[in-house]
Design a binder for this molecule. Structure first.
Ligand SMILES: [Zn+2]
Length: 231
């Protein structure tokens, strides 16, 4: 299908839960958390066969619904492409999450996520995952795709870490490999960069992203105090 530059009906809605409105609202909230500072990070929502994606290089807290790109999930062609904006370099990474059944994918440049990747490298090496256990907030993370319920207090949370690349889209292959090697994970950390978190729905992706950020901040403080992440 050809790009319809006038396809504004795809992003115009008075419903606050419409993906184009929701991405703008979420990014405003994420900005206050330091997750999308300086145009970094991004959010994408899959609604049926439509993928809504925030553009690249824009002030994420000031975006308008009309700034959104819309892609057809099946043929990967843009249905709506704002002419003055660039598509997000995160797009192939978001698609990797949607290919695994996600309904929403959030990418942040959270400093807590970045610090955790550095601490894991220093103390456990470049092949290690971030691992933590016996922290109540772990219950905010599901057990895994096709598994009922969330992790329990006594479970160990493991988040794989991939190495950063010069260009965001070049992370796709290693992100997909990490997803295959860790089929239960709903998140992948990127060293010295941030994190990709996805969920079955917008609400789940947001809950998981918040829970993980809380855990990462706690983990950094625990390390500062000489407290171990696992027993
Ligand atoms: Zn990024």
């Amino acid at each position: 299908m050809a790009v319809r530059e006038d396809a504004d009906q795809l992003v115009r809605s008075t419903d606050s839960q419409h993906p184009a409105n929701l991405i703008c609202e979420l990014c405003r909230k994420f900005y206050t958390l330091g997750w999308v500072t300086g145009t970094g990070g991004g959010t994408s929502i899959r609604h049926n066969d439509h993928i809504f994606i925030a553009p690249s290089g824009v002030q994420k807290e000031l975006m308008q619904p009309t700034d959104m790109f819309v892609m057809d999930y099946n043929n990967r062609q843009y249905l709506r492409k704002p002419t003055t904006l660039k598509p997000s370099a995160c797009t192939p990474l978001f698609l990797a999450a949607f290919d695994r059944g996600a309904g929403c994918c959030i990418h942040t440049h959270s400093q807590w996520a970045v610090l955790v990747t550095l601490l894991v490298e220093r103390d456990f090496g470049t092949k290690a995952c971030f691992e933590v256990e016996r922290i109540e907030q772990i219950k905010g993370i599901p057990k895994g795709k096709g598994k009922a319920g969330n992790l329990g207090y006594h479970d160990r949370l493991r988040i794989p870490i991939i190495e950063n690349t010069a260009h965001e889209e070049d992370l796709t292959e290693s992100l997909e490999k990490a997803m295959e090697a860790h089929p239960d994970t709903y998140a992948v950390l990127v060293r010295r960069h941030g994190i990709y978190v996805w969920g079955d729905s917008v609400q789940k992706a947001k809950t998981q992203c918040e829970s993980l950020d809380y855990i990462f901040q706690l983990a950094v403080e625990m390390k500062r105090l000489g407290l171990p992440w696992t027993t």
